[in-house]
Design a binder for this molecule. Structure first.
Ligand SMILES: NC(=O)c1ccc[n+]([C@@H]2O[C@H](COP(=O)([O-])OP(=O)(O)OC[C@H]3O[C@@H](n4cnc5c(N)ncnc54)[C@H](OP(=O)(O)O)[C@@H]3O)[C@@H](O)[C@H]2O)c1
Length: 308
């Protein structure tokens, strides 16, 4: 099968498409023929070698953490899913460098799968698992709900988080460039701050929650109530930042088929919009360009890679 991989850490030019054997499925896994995958900032952070403590991989490594496709094989213990099912998932990349989703086939554990909603295509489906589940899980930890005010920065994760926080009943402030203000209001944001011209600390006060995606931890703490909570998904708070009355911590996604199925139900009910940025093919040039687009920090929605 064709797969995009790296043989060393470094810039986007380390990525190349080559032929690899199809993964063999373990008893609790299914084999998914990939129709589309998507890019997350963690992909290029890992490619650069910034995630080596968390992921002590052996080369070559097939990157990619989002898959949408069709099941072509099931392991002996798989109970719910069958050959021919249209599914999506946030699979794990194993220590031996296999099972990344920049590949024509991905082996995925059954407990990470959900059925793809019929009202979206594979490219839209590939945009959801990592970003959508991260949005959902951190908002739950922030205990966002009716009467609560939350700041969420708009990006691939933020686009899901703004919509989910509104569904949870919260008042949502967000940061974006001026040309994206109407776009994020359309997702439900109550207040939009142009972070290029305005400091959030000048306009936001007494917030219950900050969902930090840009490591602006000091500014986030400054707008919180003493009982408020900040979770960052893009950095590590220092002991000083954690010494105040507010709760300040890092948050990570723990991918589950259950949470993905919850998002799938919202998509089926037309309650969650999926916003796509550019689309690239699974070629060496395509995957390198997709990474560079993500590294530019101004994607408007999810960058997707067409595999089939
Ligand atoms: N811990 C975890 O489990 C986890 C999971 C997923 C993601 N993450 C991390 O979360 C971060 C965000 O991921 P993502 O996929 O949402 O990234 P992304 O899509 O690349 O984010 C880019 C967007 O950020 C926007 N942005 C909004 N406010 C900003 C501000 N104050 N400063 C800078 N940019 C701002 C930009 O908007 P404009 O174009 O309007 O300027 C741009 O559209 C990354 O660091 C990623 O690695 C962590």
């Amino acid at each position: 099968m064709k797969a995009a991989q790296i043989n060393a850490y470094g810039d986007a030019s380390q990525l190349f498409v080559a032929e690899l054997p199809k993964p063999t499925v373990a008893a609790d896994e299914v084999l998914v023929e990939t129709y589309a995958t998507s890019i997350n900032p963690i992909d290029w952070k890992a490619r650069e070698g910034m995630m080596q403590k968390m992921f002590p991989w052996k080369f070559p490594v097939v990157l990619g953490w989002d898959v949408a496709g069709v099941i072509t094989e099931v392991g002996a213990d798989v109970k719910t899913f069958k050959v021919g099912d249209e599914v999506f998932a946030r699979p794990d990349i194993y220590q031996d460098g296999t099972r990344g989703s920049y590949a024509e086939y991905v082996a995925v554990r059954e407990n990470q799968l959900a059925y793809k909603p019929a009202n979206i295509d594979f490219k839209q489906a590939a945009a959801v698992p990592l970003a959508g589940m991260t949005a959902l899980q951190i908002l739950r930890k922030l205990e966002v709900g009716p009467g609560k005010k939350v700041l969420i920065q708009a990006g691939g994760v933020g686009i899901f988080a703004i919509q989910l926080a509104k569904l949870m009943g919260a008042y949502v402030a967000t940061t974006a460039s001026a040309h994206n203000a109407e776009f994020v209001k359309g997702l439900g944001a109550d207040e939009v701050i142009d972070y290029h011209t305005t400091k959030i600390t000048d306009v936001l006060h007494d917030y219950d929650a900050v969902y930090d995606m840009v490591s602006a931890i000091d500014e986030g703490i400054a707008i919180l109530k003493p009982t408020g909570k900040l979770i960052t998904i893009s950095g590590y708070p220092t002991p000083e930042q954690q010494a105040g009355p507010q709760t300040v911590e890092s948050g990570y996604l723990a991918a589950t088929g259950e949470d993905l199925a919850y998002l799938a139900d919202l998509i089926r009910a037309d309650k969650l919009q999926i916003v796509l940025d550019e689309e690239f093919p699974l070629t060496t040039e395509g995957i390198q360009a997709a990474h560079r687009r993500s590294e530019g920090h101004h994607a408007k929605g999810k960058i997707v890679v067409r595999v089939r």
